[in-house]
Design a protein around this ligand. Structure first.
Ligand SMILES: [Zn+2]
Length: 358
């Protein structure tokens, strides 16, 4: 009898999980270059920062991240992403060495235009041309998914390290759950409440960007408590440390981000309603310069800043590993891809570019 009840419970749990629509998660790493994502440590940058008499091999960064091949270096930088997620579950486009290209269709090559292109499904270069915290004039895919699936506000959530996301992710303020920049986060957990207070005591060098560690903690807490069907996690430190010329911190941020992705993945795999029912897209808002002279920068005048990458993990996609020799894809296709994954009709979402197919 006891066994039967356990079996009944298992069946009920599986049935309840099957009723929920598939979940979609978007993750962005601000200004993450293809050079690091596909090749790990860039020795030319380390060499460019040496003082007179110093050797690259003696630097802590070199000791931690150097290896002879790009494949070995990138796996040292992001061991979970390359060693597990991309190897066994997903695929990634954007490596030019394999004839794979991902680009931006907006012409600005900085953050707000990049994120707006991703979330709206189309570049709007005349309307979106600065990083000022001006409300997005176009409905985002996050708002569309909430309305079309009749989800509650908490079931569509955006957590971001950069404060301007409060303006980017919604055309109509209050339509989804947003926590962006230095902003308190309410939780029933005493530990998370302490983390929320601590974000204000641990400032970054930048006024509008908090540490990614807080953004991730709050997003995972929200996942656990509200079980959203749509989650956007927008991490920022890969860009800000690069602007500051702190290549050591840039690489450390990649490795921390890799750990966050593992935390997220492990949590999803432990939940029947998310395991094998969740699609994840990981990408960036823009590239940056290709050389030691301009790797800190991006924008329309910086060669390479329009080149990006995109990683996919979806139970409905067969493809594994790295994309090779395919027609170029663009950031404007992300919105329709998320709608496609969630079972909706992307053609009903404004004038979004077509979804990416594996
Ligand atoms: Zn930037």
């Amino acid at each position: 009898m006891k066994l039967l009840c356990a079996a009944c419970l298992a069946i009920l749990t599986v049935a309840a999980a099957a009723q929920a629509p598939p979940a979609v998660i978007l993750v962005t790493l601000d200004g993450a270059r293809i050079e690091e994502v596909f090749g790990g440590l860039d020795l030319s940058i380390v060499q460019s920062q040496l003082k007179l008499g110093q050797r690259a091999e003696d630097q802590a960064l070199y000791k931690r991240y150097w290896a002879p091949t790009p494949e070995q270096r990138r796996e040292k930088l992001m061991p979970f992403f390359w060693g597990t997620l991309m190897r066994a579950h997903g695929s990634i486009a954007g490596n030019p060495a394999l004839g794979s290209r991902v680009s931006l269709t907006n012409k600005h090559w900085f953050s707000y235009p990049g994120y707006s292109e991703i979330l709206v499904g189309r570049a709007h270069d005349d309307a979106i041309k600065s990083n000022d915290p001006v409300r997005n004039p176009n409905t985002t895919v996050l708002e569309y998914l909430r309305a079309s699936q009749r989800l509650s506000r908490d079931q569509v959530a955006a957590f971001a390290s950069w404060s301007v996301f409060s303006a980017i992710v919604e055309k109509t303020e209050g339509s989804i759950a947003v926590n962006a920049g230095y902003q308190p986060y309410e939780s029933a957990s005493p530990q998370v409440r302490r983390d929320s207070a601590l974000q204000f005591e641990t400032p970054t060098p930048w006024d509008s960007v908090r540490h990614d560690a807080y953004t991730v903690r709050f997003a995972l807490d929200h996942l656990d408590r509200h079980r959203p069907r749509v989650l956007y996690l927008a991490l920022g430190e890969t860009d800000d440390w690069a602007h500051d010329g702190r290549y050591d911190r840039v690489l450390e941020t990649y490795t921390r981000t890799d750990h966050y992705l593992k935390q997220l993945w492990d949590w999803l795999q432990a939940q029947p309603e998310y395991r094998d029912r969740t699609s994840i897209l990981i990408t960036t808002d823009h590239g940056r310069g290709r050389t030691p002279a301009d790797w800190r920068d991006h924008g329309e005048k910086v060669a390479g800043a329009g080149e990006t990458w995109m990683a996919f993990v979806s139970p409905s996609w067969p493809r594994r590993g790295e994309w090779r020799n395919h027609p170029p894809i663009s950031a404007s296709q992300v919105a329709a891809t998320l709608i496609d994954w969630s079972g909706g009709d992307w053609k009903r979402f404004a004038d979004a570019a077509a979804p990416i197919r594996p």
